[in-house]
Design a protein around this ligand. Structure first.
Ligand SMILES: *[C@@H]1O[C@H](CO)[C@@H](O)[C@H](O)[C@H]1NC(C)=O
Ligand SMILES: *[C@@H]1O[C@H](CO)[C@@H](O)[C@H](O)[C@H]1NC(C)=O
Ligand SMILES: *[C@@H]1O[C@H](CO)[C@@H](O)[C@H](O)[C@H]1NC(C)=O
Ligand SMILES: *[C@@H]1O[C@H](CO)[C@@H](O)[C@H](O)[C@H]1NC(C)=O
Ligand SMILES: *[C@@H]1O[C@H](CO)[C@@H](O)[C@H](O)[C@H]1NC(C)=O
Ligand SMILES: *[C@@H]1O[C@H](CO)[C@@H](O)[C@H](O)[C@H]1NC(C)=O
Ligand SMILES: *[C@@H]1O[C@H](CO)[C@@H](O)[C@H](O)[C@H]1NC(C)=O
Ligand SMILES: *[C@@H]1O[C@H](CO)[C@@H](O)[C@H](O)[C@H]1NC(C)=O
Length: 749
């Protein structure tokens, strides 16, 4: 053990060892010891068609292939990676990994650097290990020794030059934003060392005193910090100016929208609404406060619990692969404090091993595509897009499965799930699992599989809740893959109402409840793929389809004739399904085991998630699990953190909110309470450029814990404590979500 002067001497010696930058490539060849670990890629290290110095690397990668370079030693103590790149904005993502323990950095799309890449000349990019784009995450310490530039779906062609690891990156101190927030705060984000003590604030030309300041550095993204200026007088309508060392920030504060919160009028929120599919780790569950973890998706339909294999179905060339053991998964998920939602395979086959596949090129030479990683495994489609025929022999990739085996598996689990679903989207098995179930699934087949596997589950795990049918989309809530004829032959009744009525009948026959939860999947159908200003606004409006009886869906649903539901152009999903349940099968819960914001990487995806979680609580949904695994540091992960992160929780009951002239296209407001005390408030401002101000009665004055993300402050886990002396003017910046939690009870004002 080193102690006293010797230890100090040792430390200072270590500090004086100045490390040099490390060249990986400059001209003609990789630096000494570096190896080319690329796949399905042609790379020339002495290209001269475009170069800086003598030559460059020209790269041509096939679909999902990569230029990958392996270092002779572990790379430590570097601040970043610099490289020159030329290409027509090539579709590639950069990652750094360890061949020692197979850990990998986030995969960073070139577009996240925010610099346009052109084919005619090189552009220098610098990857800052302390500020990885787009999240600002830290690379962290690892046994890093490999870099990869991986192409996307269409492959990529580009040039690289001057690749080097750098020992230091100079961050220019800067004020990035300064925004009004809550009742009396200005939130200033900065990078580098910025002196915030001299900043001046004026409102309508009059100086406002800054009574105190506090600085916060977010846990996951320490490259930027936020300083909260506490104003001696509250924010108010007019022009707010914040003068800093790096310029003046001006905001026009609007007149307030009035409303009220009534904590006395409340009802419980089902905690299962804060769920996700496949959380990555116990710490992920705890950091985001995940309550409900689902083992689901297309691959689990063919999960063989006795061998630990599954088949990817149409998602990936109908290939088998090894899979995590469900029992182990149930154990760690429960250990982390989450309930589990386990899918039981309910078709007739499960994967027989970890390597077989259904459509070998040797048997079916003519196919639309083959796996870039396994050129013998085909897509299962002819080049013209029709399904291959004749169908393969199921025994090529599968082994038989039935409810006896399901019961044996569930009975033998050491760790029991709280909820099980009878398979996943099996109404479309004839496409997702066309290799083993080529026939379209009918009403009757779906019902009989639910009955059989529900009974097996209930006898194997006393008290388990059973959910079904986990239908994929609006169309299949009402029609089967057989088509209209199936609906017509079932008393002209749409599928979900028919299914509910049948289950009710079977319960009556059995003298007990066979199905506890009606589970569906719901993906907002409006096309927001352009992700431009109009698409973002549409994405933020689309949450109205969850509840609003006046909202005409802005998608194909508005004109769809594939059902006979009342007002079917207006989805109003939660009340609609609750009303069917009340009429046909009262007491059944309703969950959404798959749903998505439609864009995990965009700030609007995060705001949609905040709005959706608020709606789920307010409209009494019984559970929801996001598809899939949102990045903990990305906008969607932050929405979960806002409500639930690190043990700080939105209220367990939903309190009444009234906003005068409420416009749900622009705003979401949700209140939580604990037995009429201890208010929590979530507000999401959907406007991209204007702040919103609320005048809310029923918000007690006092100390509040405040969290927020979005707006100019950006995507980070920002938080502070603030005192609200009057709730008549609470500001939420544009494209921002805030969470307020009352810290001590005082009488309402
Ligand atoms: C990496 O290691 C250094 C030196 O041991 C330590 O100071 C630093 O906090 C570590 N960083 C992370 C992100 O763990
Ligand atoms: C911000 O102001 C500081 C102090 O004057 C200065 O050192 C820094 O360069 C400025 N940042 C930018 C990006 O101009
Ligand atoms: C698609 O291609 C296959 C194989 O060539 C052929 O048998 C089938 O008729 C084609 N289908 C259509 C709709 O063109
Ligand atoms: C299920 O399969 C097992 C093993 O092949 C068999 O013993 C059992 O009889 C089957 N059960 C049913 C209900 O078909
Ligand atoms: C058929 O549907 C009608 C309503 O459309 C309903 O009144 C009737 O009870 C149904 N019949 C059966 C056998 O379910
Ligand atoms: C259909 O919607 C209108 C309002 O948009 C409402 O008045 C009517 O009650 C709805 N009908 C049904 C059957 O839900
Ligand atoms: C806030 O609303 C109340 C009525 O609820 C009103 O009396 C008050 O004047 C409003 N305050 C402001 C600042 O608009
Ligand atoms: C409100 O909740 C916070 C966080 O759980 C807690 O610190 C505070 O004591 C609570 N206050 C009341 C009045 O329950």
């Amino acid at each position: 053990m080193l102690s006293g002067p010797r230890g100090l001497l040792f430390a200072s010696l270590a500090l004086t060892l100045v490390k040099a930058d490390l060249d990986v490539y400059t001209d003609d060849a990789l630096a000494s010891g570096w190896q080319d670990w690329s796949w399905s890629t042609v790379a020339s290290y002495s290209a001269t068609d475009l170069k800086l110095g003598l030559s460059s690397i020209s790269v041509k990668s096939e679909q999902y292939a990569a230029l990958s370079l392996k270092s002779p030693s572990v790379l430590q103590g570097f601040a970043g990676l610099s490289f020159d790149i030329a290409g027509d904005q090539p579709d590639i993502s950069l990652s750094i990994s360890s061949t020692t323990d197979n850990t990998q950095s986030p995969s960073i799309p070139l577009s996240a650097f925010g610099t346009k890449i052109t084919a005619d000349k090189f552009t220098t990019l610098l990857l800052d290990f302390n500020n990885l784009p787009p999240t600002g995450a830290v690379l962290g310490n690892g046994t890093w020794d490999r870099i990869a530039w991986q192409a996307g779906f269409n492959g990529a062609t580009y040039h690289l030059d001057n690749i080097k690891f750098v020992t230091s990156i100079t961050v220019t101190p800067n004020v990035l934003s300064a925004e009004p927030l809550a009742a009396n705060l200005v939130a200033v984000t900065t990078q580098g060392a910025v002196d915030t003590s001299k900043f001046q604030v004026t409102l309508n030309g009059k100086a406002v005193t800054v009574s105190s300041r506090s600085t916060f550095v977010p846990i996951d993204t320490p490259s930027r910090s936020i300083t909260y200026l506490n104003l001696a007088s509250p924010l108010a309508p007019g022009t707010l100016k914040i003068t800093t060392v790096n310029g003046t920030f001006t905001h026009v504060l609007p007149s307030s929208q009035s409303g009220s919160i009534n904590q006395a009028s409340s009802y419980p929120i089902n905690p299962r609404i804060y769920g996700v599919n496949f959380p990555t780790s116990a710490s992920y569950i705890q950091h985001l406060g995940v309550t409900f973890s689902r083992w689901g998706g297309n691959a689990v339909t063919a999960y063989n619990p006795f061998g630990g294999f599954t088949n990817a179905g149409a998602d990936w060339y109908f290939e088998n692969r090894a899979n995590e053991n469900a029992d182990d998964w149930l154990a760690w998920v429960k250990g982390a404090g989450s309930e589990s939602f386990l899918t039981i395979p309910a078709l007739d086959w499960v994967a027989k091993d970890a390597s077989s596949y259904s459509y070998p090129k040797t048997i079916y030479p003519l196919q639309s595509a083959f796996d870039p990683y396994n050129p013998d495994a085909g897509s299962g489609y002819f080049p013209n897009g029709t399904t291959l025929s004749p169908p393969p022999d199921q025994k090529n990739a599968y082994t038989p499965w039935n409810s006896t085996l399901a019961k044996k598996w569930l009975s033998g689990l050491k760790n029991k799930p709280t909820v099980v679903t009878v398979d996943n989207e099996i109404e479309i098995a004839s496409s997702t699992h066309q290799d083993m179930h080529p026939a379209p699934v009918s009403y009757d087949e779906e019902l009989s599989r639910v009955l059989e596997y529900a009974a097996a589950a209930k006898s194997a795990i006393p008290g388990v809740e059973v959910a079904a049918p986990s239908s994929c989309s609006w169309w299949f809530y009402w029609r089967s893959a057989v088509g209209d004829s199936d609906t017509i032959s079932h008393n002209k009744t749409d599928f979900v109402p028919w299914f509910l009525a049948e289950m009710k009948k079977r319960d009556t026959g059995a003298g007990k409840r066979l199905l506890d939860i009606l589970d569906l999947h719901y993906y907002y159908q409006a096309d927001t793929s352009a992700n431009d200003a109009a698409a973002k606004a549409l994405r933020l409006r689309a949450t109205r389809s969850l509840w609003d009886p006046t909202y005409v869906d802005e998608s194909w649903i508005a004109t769809s004739t594939g059902n006979s539901q009342p007002n079917s152009s207006k989805v109003q999903l939660i009340p609609r399904i609750q009303s069917l349940i009340a009429q046909l099968y009262p007491g059944t819960k309703f969950t959404l085991s798959e749903w998505s914001s439609t864009n995990d990487g965009d700030i609007t995806g995060g705001l949609v998630t905040v709005d959706s979680l608020g709606i789920f609580g307010k409209y009494k949904l019984d559970g929801a699990t996001y598809w899939a695994t949102p990045d903990e540091k990305g906008p969607v992960g932050l929405a979960y953190w806002l409500y639930r992160g690190y043990g700080t929780r939105f209220g367990s009951s939903s309190a009444q909110v009234t906003i005068n002239s409420f416009n749900p296209d622009k705003l979401g407001v949700y209140a939580g309470t604990e037995a009429g005390k201890n208010l929590t408030l979530v507000v999401v401002n959907k406007d991209p450029s204007s702040p919103v101000a609320l005048n809310l009665s029923g918000v007690p004055t006092g100390t509040y814990f405040l969290r927020h993300f979005g707006g100019q402050a950006g995507v980070a886990k920002w938080q502070t404590t603030t005192t609200i002396t009057s709730s008549s003017y609470i500001v939420v910046p544009p494209y921002t979500a805030i969470f307020l939690q009352q810290q001590s009870s005082s009488p309402p004002v």
